[in-house]
Design a protein around this ligand. Structure first.
Ligand SMILES: *Cc1c(COP(=O)(O)O)cnc(C)c1O
Length: 405
C-alpha cells in the first residue's frame, strides 16, 4: 500500500473487507448505470459468418471485425484442427522457456515477407503487442506523441513506457509538427504512435506525412494496422493505400480481425525484433499463442494473398451502404454514425435490433464524450439486399452525423 495516499474508506470496521469491496463495486456500477455507461456481455451464438443468435433472436451481425468471414472458412478451420492434432491445444510456456512450435516461426517469416520487413514477432494478442513495443524501446526522458483517437492499447503501452506522453490532434500533421518542434529537443528518444485505420472512425492516417515528420525529427513511427490488413489496398494494409507505400519502421497488427484468429504481431528490423524477444515483458512472461490460432492465421494469410477481390469486398459494401444512407464515402469497412449522447446511440442500436440487425452502441470511454455512435462494420459475407435495408433505416440519422462532425 502507498503510505502517502490518504484513504477515503475507514481503515477498520465491523464489516469484513470483502463487504467493503462489494459495496465499492456496486456503487461504481450504479453510477455507470445512471450515466448510461454500464456495459453488458450478452451470450451470442454465431450461426455462420454473419448470422448470430442472442436471447432467442436471430440477428445479422454488423459489428464484427471478422471482415472476410475467415473465422468460419472451411480451410481455416481445417488448418486449426490439423495443428491441434499435431501440436496439441496449448503452447505450454513462454517461448523463451520452451522454444515454441514450428508454426510460430513459419508465421513470423510469412508476415515479415507480407509486410516487407526483415523480421516479425508474434504476441498473444494485438493488445499485448502494443503493451510490449513502446516500453521495450523507451523510458523516462523519452517522448511519445500519440494521435488523440489512437486505440486504447497504444495509450496503455505508451503509459507503461514511462516516457512523456502527449497527444496530437487527430490526423493533424501541422499539430504534430508543432508538438515535435516544441518537445522533441528535450527528449532523448521519441516515438509517434497512430492507428493505420482508425478503429472507431474508419479513416486512414496520413502515413506519408507522418513518416516525413518522423524522419525530420528523428522519431520512430509505430503504425497499428489492426483494421488495415486483409481489407485495405487489396488486403496489403494501410501502408499500401499510398504511392509509394509507406514503410514505417514499426508495423504492428493483429491476427484477430480480418485474419479470423487470435494473436498480434510486430514487423520490424531484425535488431528491433531481437531486442523485443529479449526485453518485451508481454512476450517473455506470457505463454506463446496456441498452435490452432497460428495455423488458422497462416491459412487466412494464404487466402488474403491469393484473393485480392475478396479483400476489396468489405470496403466496397461499405461504400454501397454510405451512398445509399447519405453518408460520406468510407476508406475502410468501418462506418461511424455519430449520434452524440450515449442514450441516442443505445436507442438507435435498439431500433436496429428490432429490425434484425446487431449494431452495438459505442460509448465513452471507447470514443470521446459527446460522440457516442453506431459503428457499422461490413463483412465480405454480407448480402447486398441486407445492406440496402440497413441503409434505409440508418438514412434517418445520417444528417445528424454531419451536424456533430
Ligand atoms: C482490436 C485492436 C487492437 C487489439 O488487438 P487484439 O488482437 O484484439 O488484442 C489493437 N489496435 C487496434 C487499432 C485495434 O482495433
Amino acid at each position: 500500500m502507498r503510505s502517502t495516499e490518504a484513504s477515503p474508506e475507514p481503515t477498520s470496521s465491523a464489516l469484513p473487507a470483502s463487504a467493503t469491496l462489494d459495496a465499492y463495486a456496486s456503487g461504481k456500477l450504479a453510477g455507470l448505470e445512471r450515466s448510461q455507461l454500464r456495459r453488458h456481455i450478452v451470450e451470442t451464438d454465431g450461426l455462420d459468418a454473419v448470422r448470430v443468435e442472442q436471447t432467442g433472436q436471430s440477428l445479422l451481425n454488423f459489428c464484427s471485425n471478422d471482415y472476410l468471414g475467415l473465422s468460419r472458412h472451411r480451410e481455416v478451420i481445417a488448418a486449426a484442427q490439423a495443428a491441434t492434432a499435431r501440436y496439441g491445444t496449448g503452447s505450454g510456456a513462454s517461448r523463451l522457456v520452451t522454444g515454441g512450435h514450428p508454426l510460430l516461426f513459419e508465421l513470423e517469416a510469412r508476415l515479415a515477407r507480407f509486410k516487407g520487413s526483415e523480421d516479425c514477432i508474434l504476441f498473444g494478442s494485438g493488445y499485448l503487442a502494443n503493451l510490449a513495443i513502446a516500453p521495450a524501446l523507451l523510458s523516462s526522458g523519452d517522448l511519445i506523441l500519440i494521435d488523440e483517437l489512437a486505440h486504447a492499447c497504444l495509450f496503455a503501452g505508451a503509459q507503461l513506457s514511462r516516457a512523456r506522453v502527449e497527444t496530437f490532434p487527430h490526423n493533424d500533421l501541422a499539430g504534430l509538427s508543432a508538438k515535435l518542434a516544441e518537445l522533441r529537443p528535450d527528449a532523448r528518444r521519441a516515438m509517434i504512435l497512430t492507428d493505420g485505420v482508425f478503429s472507431m472512425d474508419g479513416d486512414l492516417a496520413p502515413l506519408p506525412g507522418l513518416q516525413a515528420l518522423a524522419d525530420r525529427h528523428n522519431a520512430w513511427l509505430l503504425v497499428d494496422d489492426a483494421h488495415g490488413v486483409g481489407v485495405v489496398a487489396g488486403g496489403r494494409g494501410s501502408a499500401h493505400a499510398f504511392t509509394p507505400a509507406v514503410q514505417a519502421p514499426l508495423q504492428m497488427g493483429t491476427l484477430s480481425k480480418a485474419l479470423g484468429s487470435y494473436g498480434g504481431y510486430l514487423c520490424a528490423s531484425r535488431a528491433v525484433c531481437e531486442l523485443l524477444r529479449t526485453r518485451a515483458r508481454p512476450l517473455v512472461f506470457t505463454t506463446a499463442p496456441a498452435p490452432a490460432s497460428i495455423a488458422a492465421a497462416l491459412k487466412a494469410l494464404d487466402l488474403i494473398e491469393s484473393e485480392p477481390a475478396l479483400c476489396e469486398r468489405p470496403t466496397g459494401l461499405a461504400r454501397r451502404f454510405c451512398a445509399a444512407a447519405g453518408l460520406p464515402e468510407p476508406a475502410s469497412p468501418i462506418v461511424p454514425v455519430i449520434l452524440g449522447s450515449a442514450t441516442a446511440a443505445l436507442d438507435a442500436s435498439a431500433q436496429l435490433r428490432a429490425e434484425g440487425f446487431l449494431v452495438t452502441a459505442i460509448r465513452p470511454p471507447t470514443v470521446p464524450r459527446g460522440t457516442a455512435r453506431l459503428r457499422i462494420t461490413f463483412s465480405a459475407a454480407h448480402k447486398e439486399a441486407d445492406i440496402d435495408r440497413l441503409a434505409r433505416l440508418v438514412a434517418a440519422w445520417a444528417p445528424q452525423d454531419e451536424a456533430v462532425e
